[in-house]
Every structure is written in structure tokens, then in C-alpha cells.
Design a protein around this ligand. Structure first.
Ligand code: FES
Length: 127
């Protein structure tokens, strides 16, 4: 699975919005650091977080077990699995929030904003 990723900090810095359809196009034109915007590949047996780490990126995490939301990402395109045993509430999942530590791609392409743990709606979930 090919993943295009974007750091939520850049979204904040530039005043962009997560639900902006043009978000990744804007990111592509913003000349961001390779850590903040780029692409990586997820192998079939890897979670999104593992793939990011193997690719040399330091995405936030803590428990690695679906219990804290530090690893949360926002899914702008594609689908990432979410095991039943996790902390993400249904309403946030419906809005596109997922956990990268136990999320496995279900589509060939994904667009994700990582580092969304600083979003206010995730505050209560961060341990
Ligand atoms: Fe805690 Fe993913 S690192 S839920």
C-alpha cells in the first residue's frame, strides 16, 4: 500500500483544515520537509506505524496496543483497519480518525495526516 502522509503540525502552521479536499495538493505545493509530507510503503504484514518507523520516520505513539490514541492519524483517503479492541470512539472513527499502531491498510492507496493527537477531540483519550 502506498501512503501519502502529512504532519498535522503543518496543517496548523498553514491554517489548513483536515476536511479540505485540497489539503494534500496544498501540502504538495508548500515545499514541506520530507518528514512532514511525503510517501511511504506499507508491507502486507505491517501496521501503518511500523511502516513509518521502518521508513525512518518518528511518528508519535505510546502504548502500541490501541489504548491511548497518541498514535492517532486522520484518514483523508483510503481505508485503514481498526481492530475492535481499541480506545477510539465510534463517532471519531466515523469522522476518519484511526490508530496507526494497530491499523492495517485495506486499500492500495492511503492519504493520512499523522500527529493528530493534539486535536482537542482526542484530548480525553491521550494517556
Ligand atoms: Fe497507543 Fe496506538 S500507541 S493506541
Amino acid at each position: 500500500t502506498r501512503v501519502e502522509f502529512l504532519d498535522y503540525e503543518a496543517v496548523v502552521d498553514y491554517g489548513w483544515s483536515l476536511d479540505d479536499d485540497e489539503l494534500f495538493r496544498k501540502a504538495g505545493q508548500a515545499d514541506l520537509d520530507p518528514d512532514a509530507h511525503g510517501r511511504l510503503l506499507v508491507q502486507p504484514d505491517e501496521s501503518l506505524l511500523e511502516a513509518a518507523e521502518r521508513s525512518g520516520f518518528a511518528w508519535p505513539f505510546s502504548c502500541r496496543g490501541g489504548a491511548c490514541a497518541n498514535c492517532a492519524v486522520y484518514l483523508a483517503a483510503g481505508e485503514l483497519s481498526q481492530p475492535t479492541d481499541h480506545i477510539m470512539p465510534d463517532d471519531l472513527a466515523e469522522r476518519g480518525f484511526r490508530l496507526s499502531c494497530n491499523g492495517y491498510p485495506l486499500t492500495d492507496e492511503l492519504s493520512v495526516v499523522f500527529n493528530v493527537k493534539q486535536r482537542p477531540e482526542l484530548d480525553d483519550l491521550i494517556l
